[in-house]
Each structure stands twice: as C-alpha cells, then as structure tokens.
Design a binder for this molecule. Structure first.
Ligand SMILES: Cc1cc2nc3c(=O)[nH]c(=O)nc-3n(C[C@H](O)[C@H](O)[C@H](O)COP(=O)(O)OP(=O)(O)OC[C@H]3O[C@@H](n4cnc5c(N)ncnc54)[C@H](O)[C@@H]3O)c2cc1C
Length: 468
C-alpha cells in the first residue's frame, strides 16, 4: 500500500495489519473522501486544503478498539486525526500531515438517559440522540443543523452553538456539557474523566488534546415545536422582529434567524410556500406560544407564511426550518453557485437595528446579511453570517475591516488554525492538556499555531501561561 501524499514514510500495509481486528479503509478514493470536511465553503481554505489527505482510515467500534488505534499510532509516530461526520467548516478534520484517520461513527451507543441528562458514546449522531430522548420527554439543549450526519464528539470538539442556543446558551456554558471521557495517545492509552469545568479544556480543541470516548450532556424537556417562517418588506423590519422575538419574555423559541430576501431567492425548496422577494425570519416556537408569536410578528410588520408541526412539515415535503438557518443558509446558496462564501461577525449591539441596517447599506452589493440570535452568558447576542460573493482575499479582508469599523467583531471562517477563528489567542489550558494527553503531539498536527512554541515545556509550565 503506498502513501497518498508521501508525507509519512510508513509501511501502511503493516499498520493495517497491526490495527486488526479494527476495521480499516485503504481504498484511496474512500480515504480521500474521509480526508475532507466542509472547508470548501471557503475558497481560501479550499486552495490550501484540497490536496491534503490521510493514508488509512480506522473504524473502531468500542473504546478498546479506539485505544488500540491510538497505541499503534503512538508506537509508529503516526499523525492521527479523529473524525466524526466530517461536517466541520474550517478543515478541522483534514489531515495536514497525512497519517491515520480514526472515524468514530461505529462508537455510537446511547448509554443512559436520565432526568435532564444523556450519556452517549462520542460517535453517536445527534439526530439519533434526539430521537432516543424524545419518547422520554427530553431533547438536546442544542444541536447543529447537521445533526443527521454530525456526531456528538465532533460537536463537542469542533462546534460551539446551534439550534437551542437562543434558549440554552453556547455549548461552553456551565452545565451544558456535564462531563466527558477521553483517551490519551500513549503506549497504553489511558481514559481520563473530565467534569463540567475540566471538559472545557477539550471542548473546541479540534481533537488536538484527546480522543473523546463518551459525553454526558444536559437535556431539556421537549416541546411541541412549530417551525415558523414570517416574511417582511424590509430587512430592517425582519431583523427587528428577530430581536423582539429573541428578547421576548413570554414567547419560547429555540431558533431565531433573519435572512435577507436575496439569500431566500436561493431556497428553491421554499418556492411556492413563501411570497417572493421578502425577507425571512425563521423560528421554532412552542405550540402553546403560537398566538403570542403571531401577534408579535404582526406588530413588527410581518406576515406568518408558514407554521408547521413536524408531522405537517413532513407531509408537505418541506425541509426542517433549521435547514434555512445557521450554516445551512450558506449551503443552500453554495448548492447553486460555488462562488459564494461567508464570514462570521459579532454584532456590537444587537438592539441597535439602525446600526445593522447602516452596515448593510454600506458594505456593498457583494455582502448579503443573515443574522442568528443566541443567548450567551445570559445575554441576547446576534451574529451575522452573511453570504459574500467572493472575488479575492483582499476584498474579503476589506469587508472584514468595514465590519470592524462599525464595531463588529470578526471570527474568521477562513483559517484552519484553532487559534485563528472565534478563539483569537492561544488557549494554554487546551495545550497543557495536549501535553498530558498527547505528549508526542500526534493528534491533528498543524492545527495549532501555538503548540510548536510550547511543546518542549511541561504541562504545568504551559498551563501557567494561561491568563484568567
Ligand atoms: C451546513 C452546516 C451547518 C452547521 N451548523 C453548525 C451549527 O449550528 N453550530 C456549530 O457549532 N457547528 C455547525 N456546523 C459545523 C459542524 O457541523 C458541527 O460543529 C458538527 O457538530 C461537527 O460534528 P462532526 O461529527 O461532523 O465533526 P467532524 O467534522 O468530524 O470533527 C470536528 C472536529 O472534532 C474533532 N473530533 C471529532 N470526533 C472527535 C472525538 N471523538 N474526540 C476528539 N475530537 C474529535 C475532529 O478532529 C475535528 O477537529 C455546521 C456545518 C455545516 C456544514
């Protein structure tokens, strides 16, 4: 068996034998497929990552098998990239240095459902977790719109927030991750247990500092959610209605997304269901609050064009409303035109509707606004995930500067370094745990800029660099 990229001088036939009885994939086309995620949303990342492939895929089904994979990797100094569903947007699961891809989707058991929590293996798909919870009267506090193919391990290691965050905060907020377990990469991998506080040291660390085996998550009582679509004449009114719903003290919601009409014109599955040319507010509202929701939308100048229960939605063949929110919005446009991309901007004052409208008018015709509302640390926030018609990086950075000039923050979606996006600075707690869990630095190499500068230090020395 030959290496796909010549980045490691490894006898992969021998590695495949040593991995036995763990199932492997060595067919180059399939290995290449499993070396990709959704980095191609970004033309910049696409150019940088499209030629990066792993050499072999291992598919453990138990934590003992996963431990065996990590021990083989340790013995041969193999780069290892953990992979769930491969739905990350920043090349998080792309092997930069070749090596072993460990796909966790076989480790997908739901281990325990209790009052306000669920304990699952890391490779469980979030749609399956939600389906298992429902008959017990619970649901996940939040999940990404990729729930059908994304794993809980990938969400904890790579994600941040999602549908539900408008009510229950970000994943990192206290109590959302109750605990997790992860294996180290050593001759004999050890399973460490992380409580709620410590779990943050592995959360959003992109699989750099341990292989998550099991996650215990907070769950919330399930409700009879109605998928709602209200439309507006102006984007200003649409955003304002979103803010009013997001801050309502009486109306429940687990999604609140404002989308410009120009973007909505790229949603063919909604054609005939919504009036053309109008700006769209996508929401999930509990059935018992629907009257109040309708009254609010009317007061904000909108019309409620769709309000469907899950059964009604299925009967009418319409996708989940959340497939028109978060990063799915970008996906809908990309399906029609690959020259689109996006960016992630934090709105400085979500209540300042005029500032959002002013920015929309100033930024240029190549930027189409789309806002998500969430509740972070108890406060309603908004972030703009606009469609950007990409010409070159210089123009993208000019757009970033325009947002910054309006006081908005930029979480760059066009970098494959863990320190580059939402996490601006090196996280030395993450890296201290990397030193403990992965002393040889085999996990997801190349994704942390800061690691190379600290890898020679001890874990306490690295941790001491963290500022509170
Ligand atoms: C259309 C679309 C919509 C999205 N919406 C959202 C959203 O609303 N919110 C959000 O946060 N994200 C969103 N994402 C990003 C992504 O879908 C989620 O973060 C998802 O949960 C990732 O899960 P996954 O199984 O696909 O992870 P992968 O992409 O396979 O992996 C993500 C990262 O986690 C690491 N990893 C995977 N499994 C493990 C493990 N067991 N132990 C340690 N590390 C591991 C990988 O190495 C990688 O660095 C979206 C992406 C797309 C394409």
């Amino acid at each position: 068996m030959t290496a796909l990229h010549n980045k490691t001088k490894t006898d992969w036939t021998r590695i495949a034998q040593e991995l036995s009885p763990v199932a492997i994939i060595d067919e180059p086309v399939l290995v290449k497929k499993r070396s990709r995620d959704f980095f191609w949303y970004s033309p910049i990342l696409n150019a940088q990552l499209k030629g990066c492939f792993g050499d072999l895929v291992a598919q453990p089904e138990t934590r003992a098998e996963l431990a065996h994979c990590l021990s083989v990797a340790h013995a041969h100094d193999l780069p290892v990239v953990l992979r769930g569903g491969g739905t990350g947007n920043y090349g998080q699961a792309v092997p930069l240095h070749g090596g072993l891809i460990v796909e966790t989707t076989g480790m997908n058991r739901i281990l325990e459902i209790g009052e306000g929590f669920v304990r699952v293996e890391a490779g469980a798909l979030m749609a399956d977790i939600n389906a298992a919870l429902k008959p017990h009267g619970w649901e996940m506090a939040m999940f990404p719109s990729t729930q059908d193919i994304a794993t809980i391990g990938g969400f904890v290691a790579g994600g941040s927030a999602g549908i539900g965050s408008i009510a229950n905060g970000a994943l990192r907020e206290k109590g959302n991750i109750i605990s997790l377990k992860a294996l180290s990469v050593e001759a004999e991998p050890q399973e460490h247990v992380f409580d709620a506080e410590q779990a943050l040291q592995l959360h959003h660390a992109w699989g750099l500092n341990g292989a998550i085996t099991e996650v215990t998550l907070r769950t919330v009582p399930t409700r009879d959610w109605i998928g709602c679509m209200a439309t507006f004449d102006s984007y200003r009114d649409c955003y304002a209605a979103g803010y009013a719903l997001a801050t309502s003290e009486t109306i429940g919601r687990k999604l609140c997304s404002a989308v410009e009409a120009r973007i909505v014109s790229y949603f063919p599955r909604l054609e005939g269901h919504l009036p053309a040319g109008r700006h769209l507010l996508v929401s999930l509202v509990p059935r018992e609050d629907m009257d109040a929701y309708r009254a609010l939308m009317e007061a904000q100048g909108g019309t409620v064009d769709l309000a469907l229960s899950e059964e009604e939605r299925k009967a009418r063949g319409i996708p989940h409303v959340f497939e028109f929110a978060y990063n799915h919005t970008t996906l809908q446009v990309l399906k029609a035109d690959r020259s689109a991309t996006y960016q992630q901007y934090g709105v400085s004052d979500p209540a300042d509707v005029d500032a959002v409208a002013r920015l929309g008018a100033e930024v240029g015709d190549d930027v189409w606004q789309h806002h998500e509302f969430a509740r972070l640390d108890g406060k309603i926030v908004a972030f703009d995930l606009p469609i950007i018609w990409f010409t070159d990086e210089a123009r993208l950075r000019e757009i970033d500067d325009t947002y910054r000039a309006h006081g908005f923050s930029v979480a760059d979606a066009h970098t494959y370094h863990v320190e580059g996006g939402g996490l601006k600075n090196a996280d030395y707690r993450h890296l201290a745990w990397k030193k403990r869990m992965d002393p040889k630095g085999l996990l997801n190499p190349g994704k942390s800029r800061a690691w190379e500068a600290v890898r020679h230090l001890s874990a306490p020395e690295i941790e001491a660099m963290a500022k509170d």
